[in-house]
Design a protein around this ligand. Sequence first.
Ligand code: NCD
Ligand code: ZN
Ligand code: ZN
Length: 350
Amino acid sequence: MTDSVTITRPDDWHLHLRDGDALTTVVPHTAAQFGRAVIMPNLKPPITTVRQAQDYARRIRAARPEGSAFEPLMTLYLTDNLDPQEIRRAKDTHGSGGDGQVVAVKLYPAGATTNSAAGITDMHKTYKVLEVMQREGLLLLVHGEVTSPTIDLFDREAVFIDSQLIPLRRDFPELKIVLEHITTTQAAQYIRDAGPLMAATITAHHLLYNRNAIFAGGIRPHYYCLPVLKRETHRLALVQAATSDNPRFFLGTDSAPHPAHLKEHATGCAGCYTAFAALEMYAEVFDAANALDQLEAFASFNGADFYGLPRNQGGVTLRRESWLAPRSFAFGDAELTPLRAGETLAWKIQ
Ligand code: NCD
Ligand code: ZN
Ligand code: ZN
């Protein structure tokens, strides 16, 4: 039995940090584990200009612990009327080093998830912007769920792939696309078959849990996220994909903090907070699958390679060691209840 694993410092390719006081809680958690993280733009109001993204990057940097080299990689929020000029400005930030590189644009179907009201109502409205992105080499990151109330919640990802993603892929064959936080057998299969410019992130919670977790012993809002957890067969397909040595699957926590009182609510918010122990949770999954030797590619190589960024220097070591996850963290004026609150974790970063 392996009791210790050392990997090149990993990156988180899908992260929510929020803003203001929240940053002082969540930025140090991510900075302790990851070299870089792709920061989601779904603030209120959303980050839609390069100037806003760079100001936000400065606030994130200011919340890092002394001496931290953690770097946020910024994204723009795609709306029906994003100015294609912003894509050129984003391109100009590349290689600028230090001042908030804008590496990607995030597509939320309007109404699909937290703070997505300003999202896309019709894919075709984005085509002018996507043409410029394809030309300039900016990535498109996709929350892949249809929003129609007539489509069953558990089918929304699979229906999105068939009705939206396949046509998009066909119309922009040179665009790099990441299908974010995949949750289904269909998504894993689609990515596997889709060729070199199509990749997917996978969260720790979708690798650890199936949908029973949301209802075990009563409704458990801290296990509610979007896309929602699926059946066990889907979880197994995700574990298979993550541990399969396919370079187009990589780590994206989708760690998404919300005040505890807004999750423990009649209409609780979607999002699981995992950043405080993300790598430990992934290690648990890879260990259970007898695939700890695949963790480094998934966590530290595949994402950087797909984004065309250098791999990190330095490393992190995880040891098999039981410890208790905190019950909560201070979160501005509120509390933040993490996933696994008060429960045992099996691995610990040194
Ligand atoms: C995310 C959030 O809270 O911002 N929530 C979630 O359940 N994943 C939004 C998202 O990534 O869809
Ligand atoms: Zn999402
Ligand atoms: Zn997310």
